[in-house]
Design a binder for this molecule. Sequence first.
Ligand SMILES: [Zn+2]
Length: 512
Amino acid sequence: MKKLYYLIISILLISCNNGIEKPRIGIAGIAIESSTFSPAKTTERDFNIRLSGEIFTSYSFFDQSYIEKADWFPTMRARALPGGVVTKEAYESMVIQIIEMTKQTLPLDGLFFDIHGAMNVEDMEDPEGDFIERIRKVVGPKTLISTSMDSHGNVSEVLAKHSDLITCYRMAPHEDAMESKQRALDNLIDRLQSGKGKPKYKAWIPVPILLPGEKTSTRVDPGKTLYSKVAPMTEKKGVIDAAIWVGYAWGDAPRNHAVVMTYGDNKKQVVESAEELARDFWNFRHDFEFVAPTTDIDDAFSKAFNYLKIREDKKPFIISDMGDNPTAGGAGDVTWTLDKILNMDEFKRSNSPELIYASIPGPDLIVNAFEAGVGNYVEGMAGAMVDNRYSPSLKIKGIVHSLKRGDRNAELEAVIKVNNVYVIVTYKRKPYHYISDFTNLELNPASSDLLVVKIGYLVPELYDIRGDWVMALTPGGVDQDLERLGYQNIKRPMYPLDKDMEDPDLSARLID
Ligand SMILES: [Zn+2]
């Protein structure tokens, strides 16, 4: 009898709040950041595509408890290393596949839309806006779409309109990526199960600031203080989530600028929270500086040599070779910096400081290196097959130090020792972010004198081993000197390109 009583009560409760005990939730997305200023092109083959149940493995938090929370309809999630613009053909192919698969899953109560937000596609101004608009047409107006993004993504008004829930990372480097995706999914499940449905208010504020990620790390101020204000906003009763997008500086379209968004059920709280964050961002604008000393390559090396004279413990002096950073969208094969290194007198001696250079793609050289074998002399051409605007392909001659097959990105890797310079050569471009990326190649960056790596701000593992560090303003598809890029299509005025611009209108736009 008691059981029956509880059953009736729970049926009544469920029917009262119109919640869906087991909502039908789809998962789809395309994630890449791609630079308009790089000559490289990204094709469908460059994407790692996961289909249906495979997609769950992208989310480390997705355990049995999540499986039981909903009926899941994952379709396709495509993810690629940052690169040059995505071809129209690749974009259309992936979007059409996702749309066709989504049609088979209807009706959906919710959709977890997992994107990066800085995808540039040939001849398109707002690919993510186009993508979500087409998805919306398929799922219909009632489906709750929860969009999860990188803080370097762009939020156009179209993307904001079709995203019922939306959020992005709060840390750069993105140590909270998984936590952020989980929050986006938890909020979606909660709104569906509780029967509360779409949030009543969604505020969107474009902030006319365009900065490189290397000036907006949340490890240092003002990024640290600004982003520390986001989470407390969501503790207010009427605010569900809040987010600040720095935006992507290597895209040239009207949507490329910072954005603040908040959403929830209390109009006043939603509006005030968004406006406070936008105002803080604007007020901090003059304080964003590069997160490490930034200089030209010659000065970077003179600092490095001075450091080697005075340092006490043996830790590397790290130089970020920023302009061709493959994790921001550089082609990764610019030879400009490596050419300088190999031609410096300091590195032409056999007793020169030890330097590790990461990295340069060189399919020709690497094939020769595998043929020659470890310990043997090799020569071959490397670099500048995609981006040869600053320096041509290099002929590299040296001894094969190590060889490795099977890397997910590089496929083949070889280290060529030229005097005391260890050049990492890859078959395809690869970012070097982890100590194991080096130790797997018989290199020890922690004990090397110098480490030059195609990266912007250092990822945690490299940051922790640095003796000292400078960021070099080198040329490439993600040149950090934004003035050199020559924007044509972003909105103006834009800070800091228009340094003395007037204060913009930072009032919240409520988007339906
Ligand atoms: Zn990012």
